[in-house]
Design a protein around this ligand. Sequence first.
Ligand SMILES: NC(=O)c1ccc[n+]([C@@H]2O[C@H](COP(=O)([O-])OP(=O)(O)OC[C@H]3O[C@@H](n4cnc5c(N)ncnc54)[C@H](O)[C@@H]3O)[C@@H](O)[C@H]2O)c1
Length: 357
Amino acid sequence: MSVAFVTGSGGLIGSEAVRHFAGLGLDVVGIDNDMRQEFFGEEASTAWNVRRLTDELGAAYSHHSIDIRDRAALGALFGRYGRDVAVVIHTAAQPSHDWAVRDPFTDFDVNAAGTLNVLQNVREHCIDAPVIHCSTNKVYGDRPNSLPLVELETRWEIEPGHPYEQGIREDMSIDACLHSIFGASKVAADVMVQEYGRYFGMKTACFRGGTLTGPAHSATELHGFLGYVMRANMERRTYKIFGYQGKQVRDAIHSSDVVSAFEAFFRSPRSAAVYNLGGGRHSNTSNREAFMLAERITGQEMITEYVEANRIGDHKWWIGSNEAFQADYPDWKQVYDVPMIMREIYEANVDKWVPGA
Ligand SMILES: NC(=O)c1ccc[n+]([C@@H]2O[C@H](COP(=O)([O-])OP(=O)(O)OC[C@H]3O[C@@H](n4cnc5c(N)ncnc54)[C@H](O)[C@@H]3O)[C@@H](O)[C@H]2O)c1
């Protein structure tokens, strides 16, 4: 028996990973206690996605509403499957800067200690299984804001000719800059994942994501950029822009392009790998540009409110480089760009995201 363990299986990346690895013929064991609902409220619940997985995949998917902080429950589940576990995809997390400030203990317990719980269980029960960890570009803290940027009509851009013109590489320091509470808990997890690779020789990878997106996101104001732009436009909500003249740039990668990268690592794993993974030059947008795209798709104007203060430590410009991953896994191909992603989010939610819903 070959089993894929997916933590955060009801979430954006987790649910995509469940379907993808089930499609490869693995049995999938999902772990998700719908804590996203506790973080962000009812509209962010991922229960609908778990129901969808259970309906679609039948016996190939078994769901466990376990909290990754619960060492005993997690240990029992890993113990039950032991060396049948062929891969562990760890996506469960508290994913928001703003939320982390409200409750730093819970943020750290979920993001840092929860990751340690996963790693230690793999070490004890299925040491050969590759561990794929969803890290984040926030491990670089606000360091990207020290890059020389120029202001264009709809976006900030890096100075032409800069070594990071094609995207920020993993050689950017993660040290001595402002991370936010969330960024710091994710740094702890990222370094621990690397350490279990280096120290114990386990096959581990940190994927430092840019904006990860797609229709499976339970988009809400505090988390889920492109999904929430579409949702705000479709439901006629006011979208708050936090500083930087709305010209802040993010790269955006569709969850299916993310999990195809996970598959490549699963098939040919390494120890202590660290990769930036995002939309890169192929797929990026500023807030303003995303608004224009949303307006074009729905035919309705965005309703926006400008808040002068930017979110603390928020990146003014983030385009990551996928070069390191692409060099190790040359067959991986990115399919989606921002317009394709936004249209797909629209089409998936056209009946659900209506005004007053
Ligand atoms: N979405 C992005 O833009 C983005 C960008 C960079 C990195 N990441 C990282 O990628 C990973 C996945 O992100 P996502 O967007 O799919 O998040 P998500 O919130 O959609 O999914 C995470 C899932 O984990 C579950 N969960 C949270 N705490 C849990 C706990 N204690 N025990 C069990 N389950 C728990 C939630 O209920 C949710 O279903 C996270 O680690 C996140 O930090 C996301």
